[in-house]
Design a protein around this ligand. Structure first.
Ligand SMILES: [Mg+2]
Length: 331
C-alpha cells in the first residue's frame, strides 16, 4: 500500500500541516488509518517519518487534531526546534512513529514503572538515506530503548528502512553496534540531553540505558498496538485524542468519518503558501562538560535519581554540568 502527502498552510509557521492520502486518493489519518504492518508474517512495520535526519523542527503527528496531520510542536507560542547538543546536529536518525500504536497513559509499564506518554510509539530509523517528512517507509525492527521522559514511558524503537542497502546485514541490536559502532551510545546521549538546553532535566532510562533486542522490541510494539485497538474501539477513553478515521475496520469504527467529511477537514486549512525562513538560532551548538565519577558522587544530590545506574554499569558517561546558559548566551 502506498501513501502520499499534501502540505497545507505556510511552511515554518504555525499554520503548516501535512495531510496523508492513500492510494485511492482518500484522505487518511497517519495515526489510525495507515496499517501498523507492512508485512505481518515477516514482522515488517510501517513508519511515518515526521523528522528527517539532521533537521531540527519538532514535527509530529497531531494526535488531537482531526485526521492527525503532521504539524510543528508549539511551546509558549513559539515553534519548537530541538537544540543541537555537541556533537549532534538535529535529529541523528530519521525519526517518526509506527501507526496504529498508542502508549496508553492509563497503563503502568512493568519494566519502566511509568505510564505511557499518550502518543504512538516512536522510531529511530538508522539507514543511510535521509527520508522525507511525511514519507511512509517499511521498517525492520532491531531493538528498543526504554526512555523515561518526565515520569512517562517513551519507548524508542531502533529500526532500519527495508529498502536501505544495509538492511540485509542488520537483523538485531548487536548488528548495530558491530556495523555502526558508537551509534547506540550516541542515541542514548542524544535522548538523555536534548532537552537540557531548554532548562529541562536529563531524561532517564530503564534497564540502565541498555537497548533491548529485536524480539523484546516487537513484543513492545505489539502491546502498544493492543492499546491502540482498545482506543479505536472505544474500550479505553480517548480523552483529548482525535480518533476520526476513514479506513479502520471497513468503516465500522465509532470514529469513522466519510470521504467528504475528511475532505472538509483538509479544506478548512489554508492552501500551501510561502514559508518563513528557519531562524539561524536553530544552528547553535550547546556544550556540556563531562564530569568524572568522583564529581558525580559529590554532586549526587543535585541530580535526579537513576544516574547512578548509568555510571555503575558503564563508567562516567553521564554529562552533568552545564557550562553555557544556552538561551541567554549570545556568543
Ligand atoms: Mg513518544
Amino acid at each position: 500500500m502506498s501513501f502520499t502527502f499534501e502540505e497545507r498552510g505556510n511552511p515554518n509557521t504555525p499554520s503548516y500541516r501535512l495531510f496523508f492520502k492513500n492510494a485511492d486518493g482518500k484522505y487518511v489519518s497517519p495515526f489510525h488509518d495507515i496499517p501498523i504492518y507492512a508485512d505481518e508474517s515477516q514482522n515488517l512495520f510501517n513508519m511515518v517519518v515526521e523528522v528527517p535526519r539532521w533537521t531540527n523542527a519538532k514535527m509530529e503527528i497531531a494526535t488531537k487534531d482531526p485526521l492527525n496531520p503532521i504539524k510543528q510542536d508549539v511551546k509558549k507560542g513559539k515553534l519548537r526546534y530541538v537544540a543541537n547538543v555537541f556533537p549532534h546536529k538535529g535529529y541523528i536518525w530519521n525519526y517518526g512513529a509506527i501507526p496504529q500504536t498508542w502508549e496508553d497513559p492509563g497503563h503502568k509499564d512493568v519494566d519502566t514503572g511509568c505510564c505511557g506518554d499518550n502518543d504512538p510509539i516512536d522510531v529511530c530509523e538508522i539507514g543511510s538515506q535521509v527520508c522525507l517528512r511525511g514519507e511512509v517507509i517499511k521498517i525492520k525492527v532491531l531493538g528498543v530503548l526504554a526512555m523515561i521522559d518526565e515520569g512517562e514511558t517513551d519507548w524508542k524503537v531502533m529500526a532500519i528502512n527495508v529498502a536501505d542497502p544495509e538492511a540485509k546485514d542488520l537483523n538485531n541490536i548487536s548488528d548495530v553496534e558491530r556495523l555502526k559502532p558508537g551509534f547506540l551510545e550516541a542515541t542514548v546521549d542524544w535522548f538523555r540531553r536534548y532537552k537540557v538546553p531548554d532548562g529541562k532535566p536529563e531524561n532517564q532510562f530503564a534497564f540502565n540505558g541498555e537497548f533491548k533486542d529485536k524480539d523484546f522490541a516487537i513484543e513492545t510494539i505489539k502491546s502498544t498496538h493492543d492499546f491502540w485497538k482498545a482506543l479505536i474501539s472505544q474500550k479505553t477513553n480517548a480523552g483529548e485524542l482525535n480518533c476520526k478515521n476513514t479506513c479502520v475496520s471497513g468503516g465500522d469504527s465509532p470514529f469513522s468519518i466519510s470521504v467528504d467529511e475528511a475532505k472538509a477537514v483538509v479544506e478548512e486549512t489554508c492552501p500551501c503558501g510561502t514559508g518563513d525562513p528557519i531562524p539561524c538560532s536553530v544552528d547553535k551548538w550547546f556544550y556540556y562538560e563531562k564530569l568524572a565519577v568522583d564529581d558525580l558522587f559529590e554532586n549526587t544530590n543535585q541530580f535526579a535519581s537513576g544516574i547512578k545506574h548509568n555510571w555503575q554499569k558503564k563508567g562516567p558517561v553521564t554529562i552533568k554540568k552545564r557550562i553555557v546558559d544556552p538561551r541567554t548566551d549570545i556568543s
